[in-house]
Design a protein around this ligand. Structure first.
Ligand SMILES: Cc1cc2nc3c(=O)[nH]c(=O)nc-3n(C[C@H](O)[C@H](O)[C@H](O)COP(=O)(O)OP(=O)(O)OC[C@H]3O[C@@H](n4cnc5c(N)ncnc54)[C@H](O)[C@@H]3O)c2cc1C
Length: 392
């Protein structure tokens, strides 16, 4: 019998999970990735979940200690460096590449096409044809859009859906621990830190290889400031003047321990967006990961959500020979999950957005910036979030 064929657009985390899982189920899968170089150089620290590791194990990926760094507690520091709140929080922090690399290596080299940009699809009497910017095309029974925040597959299905800017950016940096003063290394230990300047949030945590990763969420004045930041980036990093300004603000607004980490970094930034897709499948075209829904990173679930979407899609396809029935099941299960993630991200980031957009009507509860709440809710595990953990 001829194998069923899937085309995956996007060769990052979501696309690789889907491709590996479908291949294991006997599908013939081809992945098309716009970026020509290896993606391993991108990404930074990520929070992990047991559910993510379970899917990796299912694929036969050995999970040893090198996958992450164990943190035992969360600590919130004020601007003088004093502890204002502590919370026991056993968790594994990893790095994007530790998830990406084994997934990429498992895929046969001739199933992964780097440097091929998807443009549109057509339907040729029930067979899907994906068209690429070099004029080539490929045919399949199923087209999977795993092409991220600015998904072209989503745009083909829903041209009106645009990512909504949340009014703030996440300044990020990663610093080799050995470059920090020995006393500071000892003081930081293996904890997960928070700083909460008014209307802002910084999280800072260790990642594998003995690095410290931070994300500092700060409002921009308006869309023009965002455009200005983006246009001034040189490579992945921002221009030196901007980095110097950020470091100066760090010295006055953050605990000296955390300001020191920022000081030694080469900052870059990611604008924070919400994306909600009306429906995550149409015909034989399906969306997953950030192509389907983007929840603000405070949910700490982007990578796990992409993996869970892929697993749910593959289980749905495994459970029936009827692809349309399988996709209907997938839409039911993962659509609601994605919408809930987006809502949760909006709620957790509301107090930061409110500083950027004070003219909007914010209910007082939305502005709660208390460390007691945030240390508990940011990047919580699925089991700790009843609204996401329930079996939809
Ligand atoms: C500041 C910040 C912090 C974050 N922290 C965390 C965290 O702690 N934990 C966590 O789990 N997640 C985190 N995330 C989210 C996480 O990075 C993403 O949710 C996750 O990478 C989604 O994977 P994906 O495969 O769906 O999309 P992506 O990783 O965006 O991949 C999409 C791929 O599609 C390719 N592509 C795009 N268009 C085309 C095209 N036309 N043709 C071919 N290929 C194309 C792209 O090049 C890309 O490789 C964070 C995000 C941000 C912004």
């Amino acid at each position: 019998m001829q194998k069923q064929r899937a085309i995956v657009i996007g060769g990052s985390i979501g696309g690789l999970f889907a491709a590996n899982l479908l291949e294991r189920q006997g599908w013939r899968v081809q992945v098309y990735e716009r970026v020509a170089d290896d993606l391993a150089g991108r990404g930074a620290g990520i929070g992990t979940h047991d559910e993510l590791f379970a899917i990796m194990r299912e694929l036969g990926i050995a999970m040893d200690e090198s996958i992450g760094v164990r943190v035992a507690e969360r600590v919130c520091l004020d601007e003088r460096g004093a502890v204002i709140h502590r919370l026991a929080w056993p968790h594994v922090m990893s790095h994007w590449v530790r998830i990406y690399r084994p997934l990429r290596e498992r895929l046969a080299p001739d199933s992964y096409h780097a440097g091929r940009s998807f443009v549109e699809f057509t339907d040729d009497d029930g067979e899907l044809v994906a068209h690429f910017d070099d004029g080539s095309s490929a045919r399949a029974d199923l087209l999977i859009g795993a092409d991220g925040l600015r998904s072209t597959v989503r745009a083909c299905l829903f041209p009106d859906v645009q990512p909504l800017y949340a009014g703030y950016v996440g300044w990020r940096g990663i610093v080799e621990e050995s470059t920090l003063p020995p006393a500071l290394q000892e003081q930081l230990g293996n904890s997960y830190y928070f700083a909460l300047p008014p209307g802002e949030m910084l999280v800072c945590y260790p990642v594998p290889g003995r690095y410290w990763n931070y994300v500092w969420y700060r409002p921009t004045l308006d869309d023009a400031e965002l455009t200005d930041l983006a246009s001034d980036a040189t490579g992945p990093h921002v221009r030196p003047g901007l980095a110097a300004r950020l470091k100066a603000i760090a010295r006055s607004a953050l605990a000296p321990q955390l300001a020191e980490v920022v000081e030694r970094s080469q900052p870059f930034f990611q604008a924070i967006y919400d994306v909600e897709t009306p429906r995550i499948a149409a015909g034989r075209v399906v969306l997953l990961g950030d192509a389907a829904y983007v929840a603000r990173p405070h949910v700490g679930m982007g990578v796990t959500k992409a993996a869970l979407d892929a697993a749910s899609l593959c289980r749905s396809l495994e459970s029936t020979k009827d692809i349309d029935a399988a996709l209907a099941r997938y839409v039911r299960l993962r659509g609601e999950f994605g919408r809930r993630c987006v809502r949760r991200g909006r709620r957790l980031g509301a107090y930061i957005e409110a500083r950027a957009r004070p003219h909007l009507a914010w209910p007082p509860g939305a502005l709660d910036q208390s460390p007691e709440r945030l240390l508990r809710e940011i990047g919580a595990t699925l089991a700790e979030i009843p609204e996401l953990g329930i079996d939809l």
